[in-house]
Design a protein around this ligand. Structure first.
Ligand SMILES: Nc1ncnc2c1ncn2[C@@H]1O[C@H](COP(=O)(O)OP(=O)(O)OP(=O)(O)O)[C@@H](O)[C@H]1O
Ligand SMILES: [Mg+2]
Length: 330
């Protein structure tokens, strides 16, 4: 079986559209014939709530500590309990997309991962295994079924859970809102990911033979300006000005910072790594969330906005497919 391409949608800033992107890109990819696993790795469980009705979510959460629990917590619980390796849970099918549901108890795993990371520097085999447990879980799920892509949805923070997700990824994509705080946050993001990669290199270099370690080479695929205002068919002047700022700060604060470690980790200045763009889609986003469907399939009557949404997410999906194909070529 082929190894799925793992992608993290990441920005430690909250509310920039990570979850909305993850869901809609996944559906667009599945429409293009790709098999996708969505991993709700944010203890807020927003992605799960987007796709499943409240009673199904409640039922999943109420039973997640049972032997046949089906959330991401059910999978990692044996690692925390010290009773064994991750448990292979059954994924939940949402049409053609597979979901590994989230769980509020994942925050307990996050605390555990903080200590495990520190112990990784002390070459402790158990700690290294714990650090790699979500990675191992995804590989095991991928060996049961041929996924082309796996998406990790992340919570808005720079915590130990996001660190292992990023370091397990082939690519990461950064959604950015067109406002001052989002552009400023890019500097923290670039420095944080750089530190994580360098720490992972150190751990890898000193790890005992045969220890499980994370791949630790997430490539910055690019950014997605999110939720900007349009006037007619184009960005408002204010949004356009933010887009220009984002473009230059992405290079300065993310790409060039990562390229200091390895030039393969981010594109050079000559390439503007804009994976796509998603304008403000107003209330149809909430309608789609309520109905658990991609935005362009929701029941809202705003047909031109739905067409715009479809076009945006399909363009992003195609960009990702091209990047994944290029990665496979020599
Ligand atoms: N393109 C868009 N147009 C209009 N509203 C949007 C758009 N994208 C997302 N939203 C809305 O913005 C809010 C935040 O979106 P979302 O939950 O996807 O962000 P997030 O980055 O995942 O947040 P968090 O950091 O809390 O996980 C949601 O209420 C969503 O409905
Ligand atoms: Mg989210």
């Amino acid at each position: 079986m082929s190894n799925p391409v793992r992608i993290t949608i990441y920005n430690h800033k909250g509310g920039v559209g990570k979850t909305t992107l993850a869901v809609n890109i996944a559906f667009a990819l599945s429409f293009l014939g790709k098999s996708v696993l969505l991993v709700d790795s944010d203890p807020q469980c927003n992605l799960t709530s987007y796709l499943l009705s409240d009673d199904v979510v409640d039922d999943l959460l109420n039973h997640s500590s049972d032997r046949d629990g089906r959330t991401i917590w059910s999978a990692v619980k044996p690692v925390i309990d010290g009773t064994g390796s991750v448990r292979l849970v059954d994924v939940t099918e949402i049409g053609d997309v597979a979901l590994l549901p989230g769980d509020i108890r994942l925050s307990e795993f996050e605390e555990f991962l903080g200590d495990a990371w520190a112990d990784g520097f002390k070459r402790r085999m158990g700690a290294l295994r714990a650090t790699s447990s979500i990675s191992y879980l995804i590989s095991s799920l991928g060996s049961q079924r041929d996924f082309d892509f796996v998406f990790y949805d992340t919570g808005p923070n720079i915590g130990p859970l996001n660190r292992v997700l990023l370091l397990d990824s082939d690519f990461f994509i950064v959604p950015v809102a067109c406002d001052l705080f989002s552009t400023r946050a890019l500097s923290t993001l670039g420095q944080t990911v750089k530190k994580w990669i360098m720490d992972a290199e150190t751990i890898d270099a000193i790890a005992p033979d045969g220890a499980m370690v994370l791949n630790g080479r997430p490539e910055f695929l690019g950014y997605i300006p999110q939720r900007f205002k349009v006037y007619g068919q184009t960005m408002t002047r204010e949004a356009d000005s933010f887009h220009k700022t984002i473009k230059s700060r992405v290079h300065k604060d993310v790409s060039s910072v990562l390229r200091e470690i390895d030039r393969k980790l981010a594109p050079p200045r000559s390439i503007d790594p804009v994976v796509g763009q998603v304008q403000d889609l107003a209330s149809i986003v909430q309608t789609a969330q309520r109905e658990g469907v991609p935005i362009w399939d929701c029941s809202a009557s705003a047909s031109s906005l739905k067409r715009t949404a479809r076009k945006s997410f399909f363009q992003i999906a195609k960009y990702i497919v091209r990047a994944a194909d290029d990665r496979g070529s020599p």
